[in-house]
Design a protein around this ligand. Sequence first.
Ligand SMILES: *[C@@H]1O[C@H](CO)[C@@H](O)[C@H](O)[C@H]1NC(C)=O
Ligand SMILES: *[C@@H]1O[C@H](CO)[C@@H](O)[C@H](O)[C@H]1NC(C)=O
Length: 390
Amino acid sequence: MAGHGYEAYLDHASEDIFIVILDTGIWPESSSFDDTGTPPLPSLWQGSCEEGVDFSTSMCNRKLVGAKTFSKGMAEVGIPEEITSARDRDGHGTHAASIAAGSHVPNASLFGYAAGMARGMAPRARIAVYKVCWELGCFGSDILAGIDAAIADGVDILSLSLGGGPVPYKNDPISMGSFAAVDHGIVVACSGGNDGLERGLVGNVAPWVITVGAGTLDRRFPAYVSLGNGKKYAGVSIYSGEGKGTKMRSIVYNVSKGAVVGSSNLCLPGTLDPNLVRGKVVICDMGQISRVEKGLVVEKARGAAMILVDAVAEGVELITDSHLLPTVGVGRTAGDLIRKIRAVISESDGCSFGETVLDVKPSPQVDAFSSRGPNAVAPEILKPDFIGPG
Ligand SMILES: *[C@@H]1O[C@H](CO)[C@@H](O)[C@H](O)[C@H]1NC(C)=O
Ligand SMILES: *[C@@H]1O[C@H](CO)[C@@H](O)[C@H](O)[C@H]1NC(C)=O
């Protein structure tokens, strides 16, 4: 591989880099934080691994070199019973840390999809995770305390995948704290937010931080809805459980009768009558409850599969979830056609599933959910600065 030498050089160049992730904590058992083959710690690092509930100092290693909690701000407001430990009960911090600097993990996959080598952007950099986000949210004072501790511990790069919309710098703890960090020669990378096409909502826009948007990877997970008239509509799916076959069944949409009333199109709990949907493919419109929960509602009503219709027309906006029953997610354009055709033909229809498609071009693209500019605080400074895997 032509680029291999350079890639290996870059990997090793990051061995002396310390990244502190301010987030919801860390799940230290993840293979992304395995330290096999990692050289001993450079002495510059002053951080440590704090003992906590369900978290012992021995869970840190040469890869995961620190774990701390900052909760005094949160404790002022409440939830004293929330476990004070760097353990990640949410998943976001573990996700963010593995994207930034997860070790190489061979043979990773999600139930067989996207199989291959998983790795972070800087797979040999050292990671420390400072937990500043709790069930109630991430408090400014805790974020500031975390940044101050990271500066004292000798961090090289601060990574913050948190924050709100555009806020004047003087009212924004992340802008202020990161100013002190940059003053110490530290690079600060922040997320731009998940507000999609909403105009001007990109956050963390201070000129001294790198504002990162979210980009796609070069893969897709195609799935299809096949109708009795021979037409096939493309969508997405990462379902991998039972019933993945292409058995033809009839499709139902927004059917209800008797005591079960209203909102059957949304597949809300209690709106699907098993007598009407049993063994059928159920069309559900997105909205009000989570996408995966709709699958649970269909499954409980004994539906055989689900077609989940997005509110957006089509394209990269389609979101793949790991569903509880065979599910194809389609855009609104395909959803409308499927509904219309279903109404005029009576033959059976079905869903089929693809596999992982690699080398999708163009790649990366800006993720649909990634906040766009312009920068509402200082419009003359373009934000976000660039995109990375999100
Ligand atoms: C990964 O999978 C390949 C092919 O299935 C296998 O040959 C190899 O031993 C696996 N490696 C690990 C580390 O499990
Ligand atoms: C679903 O059906 C109900 C009546 O059964 C109707 O009032 C409602 O408008 C329908 N919703 C959609 C989105 O078609």
